[in-house]
Design a binder for this molecule. Structure first.
Ligand SMILES: *Cc1c(COP(=O)(O)O)cnc(C)c1O
Length: 383
């Protein structure tokens, strides 16, 4: 490619339109069916989707809901988490992870992450549990996040959680479909939450989410709470709940998308492999631990020594978008900075927020376009 080309064609960060071209007919037909039966709330597609999601990840229950944030919130509500309780979460994540704890009046306690996986560090969790106790809080739950599509080290987190009797709620908003020790995320932890926001690996055409669990009692409580805490019927109110259902239309879309999801995961992995091949000698590329697979919600590289802004500007000039997930770790955000940090600090989260940059990643990123991105990154860092 001629790098002096006047107007390089802009590359999309995530190409939702490419998938739409592939699935358009099937989705239009699915929507037409919903428009014909008019059961927009809790229609048959909602229950069909739940059965398929449960089978896909091997969990006993899949409970759909209105967003990934509601999925996290409903799980904590069902466990009765509230004031005086400590909920441990990584500082290097999207705000929703900690937000749900704070919304319920509980105290998010920030834990550091591992520099290689960007995921919660179990050793740091153990120390943060002591910190919470010394502050007079009751350690109740931990929310490991499978950041950028890569599973956290769940066995290590579960071991630390077991010792302190914590509820483990996996925030798999970015990682539905990923595997840990050769098992899909879903039933590995006490509960697992995911999001169907359009830009997530499995996204709908609006907001949506789901909770997975093998625990029958927890599933019943969550099903009740997503519809105003209903009992025998909707006018029997046995709990305080929410309006947090998934729309039938979104379920119908997800049923069609789930059919091609395994193929899309494979395509994302091919894109990730090409990036690693083309960039490993010039930037820090993500490493996938043995026994895990990622669904590559993001392809996030590390660029040290303050060169990140330079790289972003050079790529932008060539029509290549990038994004920074996340520029400010949660313990430094205005809304969260008064919450405690575990006693060994959050130094890795601090460092990563200054070094990470995400490149375009989606299943339809073709080789010539990706080669253009790779060569642009190499040129930007050489000069
Ligand atoms: C997207 C996301 C959420 C929230 O999902 P929504 O569907 O947008 O509410 C929660 N946690 C993480 C890590 C996310 O990336």
């Amino acid at each position: 490619m001629n790098k002096h080309a006047p107007n390089p064609e802009p590359i999309p960060f995530i190409d939702i339109a490419a998938q739409r071209r592939r699935l358009g007919g099937a989705i239009d037909a699915a929507l037409a069916r919903v428009l014909a039966h008019c059961q927009f709330i809790m229609g048959p597609e909602v229950f069909a989707l739940e059965a398929e999601l449960a089978a896909f990840c091997g969990a006993r229950h899949a409970i759909s809901c209105a967003s990934g944030t509601d999925a996290l919130l409903l799980a904590l509500m069902a466990k009765g988490i509230g004031p005086g309780d400590a909920v441990f979460c990584p500082s290097f994540t999207f705000c929703a992870t900690a937000e749900v704890a704070a919304l319920l009046g509980a105290t998010p306690v920030f834990v550091d992450v591992d520099a290689d996986t960007f995921n919660i560090d179990a050793a740091s969790l153990v120390l943060a549990i002591d910190t919470a106790k010394s502050l007079g809080l009751k350690p109740k739950a931990v929310i490991p996040v499978d950041l950028f599509g890569l599973p956290a080290d769940h066995n290590a987190v579960l071991a630390a959680a077991k010792a302190a009797d914590l509820f483990v709620l996996d925030d798999a908003a970015q990682a539905f479909g990923a595997t840990y020790k050769d098992r899909k995320l879903g039933a590995l932890t006490h509960a697992c939450a995911t999001s169907f926001f359009p830009a997530k690996p499995l996204g709908c055409f609006g907001d949506g989410g789901a909770i997975f669990t093998d625990d029958d009692g927890l599933a019943d409580a969550i099903k009740s709470m997503r519809v105003h805490g209903h009992g025998a019927d909707k006018y029997d109110n046995v709990r305080i709940g929410l309006t947090a259902r998934l729309d039938t239309i979104q379920a119908a879309i997800l049923i069609e998308k789930l059919k091609i999801f395994p193929d899309e995961i494979a395509a994302r992995n091919r894109v990730a492999d090409r990036y690693a091949e083309g960039l490993a000698d010039v930037v820090g590329v993500p490493k996938v631990p043995a026994g895990s697979t990622s669904v590559w919600a993001q392809y996030t590289i590390r660029v040290a020594n303050g060169r990140r802004d330079h790289l972003a500007a050079k790529l932008k000039a060539e029509g290549i978008p990038t994004a920074i997930y996340y520029p400010i770790p949660l313990h430094r955000q205005q809304a969260y900075k008064h919450f405690p940090v575990g006693e060994d600090g959050v130094e890795v989260s601090e460092r990563l927020s200054g070094e990470v940059i995400s490149l375009p990643m989606h299943p339809y990123l073709d080789k010539p376009t990706q080669d253009r991105i790779i060569s642009a990154v190499r040129r930007a860092l050489a000069g």
